[in-house]
Design a protein around this ligand. Structure first.
Ligand code: GTP
Ligand code: SPV
Ligand code: MN
Length: 601
């Protein structure tokens, strides 16, 4: 079976970075007793360790070497074809009561599911190596920073976490020897990579994650969706901060005025691209820098929100990435990158749909089969991904390691909507902004298994990632607002509105700078806007569209409100809130009534 490589035996000095914290050692002992590995490999994230694991992964076909002249330090991994995306139907929040998990999460009773997982894990690592990975989420000196340990039997996970987190000694130092210190326990085993034995389980009260039966991305890099978002959001609510599915970017004017914004878009809806935006030529002197591309942790300081990116690398969507759409991503993934499920060309390079230039005459597709441009199948899986260190990004923000975080001037929500939702508009105030987030919707993408292109409500882009009751989550947002004397302004964007011809009306990518500029203008109190029933809307002349090839009708359509569509939209908001079974506060219900009333003549 693919991925299920036998034990490896490292030379002296590798794999022996045993931590000293008693609580960690006791837990590792407990899991090893259960899973019965051949040996235990204590990871330290060092260069030597990494080289050893890459060499072993190549021997065992966990990685395929790419042409080191074309993509130095880079490798290809093929996941099991039954295992190519997050599995929301097998993801559980296991709180003592179902009510704590809330109406949007799958729930399992902790004692029962622990027992079931224990049976699945019993002897699961026989003949194999168990890796123990210490890692840290957040800059070394941030009050928000968390320590986690992931136990895994996958070398791909070890190699990926080294890029995605701050791994090794730095995490052990942060944790220290206090056995009662807060840290996250993550257990992962591939088992036999069978969808019928695939469960991603979160125990917020125990700060514990158990993931079995998958080898893919968000299911197994437990630092990311599992800790930084699901467990993170639960801790954030308890501890008074925010854990959000948000990119963070810096934008600096030619005069040197700098703002930071955070944006929540659902999976595969443009966070990485927005975080790495390069302004078009017309915006000479403007600079955009990336703090993070997927997750933002925010806390209140002096009445403002400050954000850090807990991650250390990018696990980004490959298809569609090109020098035309996202040059900073292309430069980031030009070296020291693990590619998952892209195509392999005959000269050992990688290829995917949407890459610059012509498709290769022949390649090996993501499943390992021959591929030519005539093939009906895609060469790269639509959810194929790159894993690359954030340090590779030429536009990395200089304050990415700043422990106090960066001050957030604006929060932006956005989804994939072919109709109804204008290119950009601004909430009247914080509570109204929370309503925009709570009712946002998006067409589903290949980032999770299941139907693609179905409009679903995805509040704050957190539907699959909120680790507790969504009603309490909305309330937490409202409560945070009450503690902010200088709250970020809140906006909603939609890069994906389509015209009658079914084509995108907006060219997107770098051109999104035009929308970002209006947002910054609003933050500085200068941008013009009209009061509309849904919020402050720019009129066409409020947006800087100079040197953009777009016709007036398209702009009108992009900024237009179709009252009939909005009647349907408001009804859908109501239907969504009703479906949550009474957990939505009166304040948000009132926002809906006010929205409906503003549409009445
Ligand atoms: P996750 O990593 O799943 O959280 O995704 P993400 O939100 O970071 O999305 P990403 O930036 O990787 O973009 C996903 C897809 O949307 C890619 O195929 C992009 O090419 C496409 N995309 C991103 N930005 C735009 C845009 O402004 N306009 C259009 N039309 N497509 C975009
Ligand atoms: C997402 O789906 O939002 C991702 C990719 O960022 S994964 O890590 O697989 O969840
Ligand atoms: Mn994401």
């Amino acid at each position: 079976m693919k991925n299920l490589a036998p034990a490896i035996f490292p030379p002296k000095g590798i794999g022996d970075a045993k931590p000293s914290n008693r609580a960690v050692l006791d837990w590792v002992h407990e899991i090893a007793t259960l899973t019965q590995p051949e040996n235990i490999f204590w990871c330290d994230g060092s260069e030597r360790e990494n080289e050893f694991l890459i060499a072993e992964s190549l021997k065992q076909n966990v990685l395929i070497e790419l042409n080191q002249k074309k993509v130095p330090g880079s490798y290809l991994h093929r996941s099991n074809p039954n295992d190519v995306a997050r599995v929301e139907q097998f993801t559980f929040v296991c709180t003592p009561t179902k009510q704590e998990a809330g109406p949007t999460n799958n729930w399992a009773e902790p004692r029962e599911i622990y027992a079931k997982l224990r049976e699945l894990l019993r002897g699961a690592m026989r003949g194999r190596t168990m890796f123990v990975i210490p890692y840290m989420m957040g800059p070394a000196d941030s009050p928000l920073t968390k320590v986690g340990f992931e136990i895994t039997d996958s070398k791909y996970v070890v190699l990926s976490l080294r890029t995605m987190t701050r791994m090794g000694e730095i995490a052990l130092r942060r944790l220290g020897d206090d056995p009662s210190a807060e840290w996250n326990r993550g257990v992962h085993s591939l088992l036999d990579v069978n969808p019928e034995r695939r469960f991603i389980c979160h125990f917020p009260q125990d700060n514990t994650i158990i993931s079995v039966g998958s080898g893919y991305g968000g299911n197994v890099l437990l630092s990311k969706k599992c800790l930084a978002l699901r467990i993170g959001s639960y801790l954030a609510c308890k501890q008074g901060w925010m854990a959000e599915h948000m990119l963070i970017l810096g934008v600096e004017s030619p005069e040197g005025r700098k703002h930071y914004v955070a944006a929540a878009f659902p999976s595969a809806c443009g966070k990485t691209n927005f975080a790495m935006l390069i302004p078009p030529a017309h915006f000479k002197g403007w600079k955009v820098t990336s703090v993070g591309d997927d997750i933002g942790w925010m806390r209140i300081r002096d009445g403002r929100l400050y954000a850090v990116n807990p991650e250390n690398g990018y696990f980004g969507v490959v298809p569609g990435t090109s020098y035309k759409s996202n040059p900073n991503a292309m430069r980031s993934i030009a070296h020291d990158t693990i590619y998952t499920n892209v195509a392999l060309t005959d000269d050992g390079d990688v290829w995917w749909e949407g890459k610059d230039g012509d498709p290769p005459a022949h390649a090996i597709d993501w499943r390992g089969n021959d591929w030519t441009p005539q093939s009906k199948e895609k060469a790269a899986h639509p959810n194929s991904r790159f894993t690359t260190p954030m340090r590779n990004n030429p536009a990395l923000d200089p304050d990415v390691e700043k422990g106090e975080g960066v001050p957030i001037s604006a929060i932006i929500f956005g989804g994939r909507r072919s109709d109804t939702v204008p290119l950009v508009y601004q909430a009247f105030d914080w509570s109204h902004g929370v309503y925009l987030g709570a009712t946002m919707a998006s067409e589903t993408t290949a980032a999770a298994t299941g139907a693609v292109g179905r409009v679903r409500r995805d509040p704050m882009a957190m539907l699959p990632f909120c680790g507790y009751n969504i009603g309490d989550y909305f309330q937490h947002w409202l409560d945070i607002g009450k503690r902010l004397s200088n709250p970020p302004l809140i906006f909603n964007v939609n890069w994906f509105r389509k015209g009658a011809d079914g084509k995108f009306l907006w060219s997107g990518f770098g051109e999104n700078m035009r929308v970002l500029k209006w947002i910054i203008d609003r933050c500085e109190g200068s941008g013009g806007a009209l009061k509309s029933p849904i919020g402050w809307l720019p009129s066409p002349h409020d947006l800087d569209l100079a040197e953009l090839d777009i016709d007036h009708n398209a702009v009108d359509e992009l900024l237009g409100l179709d009252h009939e569509e909005w009647q349907k939209e408001i009804a859908a908001h109501k239907e969504f809130f009703d479906s949550l079974g009474g957990v939505v506060s009166e304040e948000l219900q009132r926002q809906r009534d006010q929205l409906a009333a503003r549409f009445k003549p």
